[in-house]
Design a protein. Structure first.
Length: 341
């Protein structure tokens, strides 16, 4: 986290650990506010890689699952970076800043991914740097998010995953109630002050919960190389382009799309109790005869207690069996905000 920005947040009553805002005094109240009202969140649990240079577009086009040519000054996208076996190493949220590409991903895998991507540079005219401290990213979510943002910007992006840049910040629309704002450390305090008058400040776990409820997967260290993109619903989320050229794992991803039957999907579910589930935890069901039938991709405390999770599960198990954690807790499957068909 940018040191000046960290000092600003602490002055505004943030509790910070490992460079991530944990809460502003009462996490339970903040989770309830996230579910019912409009909230403001610092997104320092994520970092960003800046990919620049005259070969940046072709470089990314050859590595990622989506068509990077569709990312421009007004359009963002979700994309994955996979192994040769088609297993995801990272899911990026990508947008443009001038001629550069910004790739947002969890801070916990940022340096690993920077080094991995750099291995492919070779003679390409490309530079990949950690830009996390150059930019501050804020999230605003809730029914009043659009109205509040109209007080700080004359124009807003209209469609999902579109962007609009002003002189001081960029606004990226995720959906009708959720936006990201990207700005410099010099302007972040002013933006925070303007928005926090009408939106409650909340900890990072609140944004993580919103991602889970939106059905948006985040690859973390314990789930790297676990899922083919379709297993995590990236095909439904628009994170795969099946008409582009080759990239690592493309043959596996394409074969699954055109010839195979997808046996695992990502489901939204709720887990009661106080035992915190973790990404990478295996799941079980009677129909799999003792073998794991799924894995938790992401988990976060739910506003009304327990935990909401995204889990990649055998479709047959999800449709016909009771899915449990290793200690026997039963998953309650919920409806995703999008169709898997």
């Amino acid at each position: 986290m940018n040191p000046d920005w960290q000092e600003f947040l602490i002055e505004h009553h943030a509790t910070i650990a490992d460079g991530v805002v944990q809460h502003f005094g009462d996490l339970d109240a903040e989770l309830n506010a996230t579910a019912q009202h409009t909230v403001l969140c610092d997104l320092s649990q994520f970092g960003s890689l800046r990919v620049s240079g005259e070969d940046a577009q072709s470089f990314l086009q050859n590595l990622l699952s989506n068509d990077i040519r569709n990312v421009d000054a007004t359009h963002a996208q979700i994309s994955s970076f996979n192994t040769a076996k088609g297993r995801m190493l990272a899911v990026f949220l990508i947008w443009r800043e001038g001629e550069d590409y910004l790739l947002q991903l969890p801070a916990t895998i940022l340096e690993t991914m920077r080094k991995k991507l750099s291995m492919y540079v070779l003679r390409a005219k490309v530079r990949i740097v950690d830009a996390s401290n150059e930019r501050i990213t804020l999230g605003i979510s809730g029914d009043q998010a659009t109205e509040i943002l109209r007080n700080v910007s004359d124009y807003l992006p209209i469609e999902n995953f579109t962007c609009l840049a002003t002189e001081q910040w960029q606004i990226l629309k995720i959906n009708d109630t959720r936006y990201q704002l990207i700005t410099t450390p010099q302007h972040a305090g002013k933006l925070w002050a303007a928005i926090s008058k009408d939106a409650q400040a909340v900890g990072s776990v609140c944004w993580d919960w919103l991602n889970i409820r939106s059905g948006i997967p985040i690859v973390v260290p314990k789930t790297q190389e676990e899922f083919v993109p379709q297993m995590a619903n990236l095909d439904v989320l628009g994170g795969i382009n099946f008409k582009k050229g080759c990239y690592p794992g493309q043959e596996i991803v394409a074969r699954m799309h055109y010839l195979g039957k997808l046996k695992r999907r990502m489901y939204l579910s709720h887990l009661a109790g106080s035992d915190a589930p973790q990404a990478g935890d295996e799941l079980f069901s009677a129909d799999m005869e003792g073998q794991a039938s799924g894995m938790i991709a992401n988990a976060a405390p739910a506003p009304k207690g327990g935990y909401d999770i995204l889990a990649v599960i055998q479709t047959a198990s999800a449709e016909s069996a009771t899915v449990r954690t290793a200690n026997g807790a039963v998953l309650e499957l919920l409806s995703l905000p999008y169709s898997l068909t």
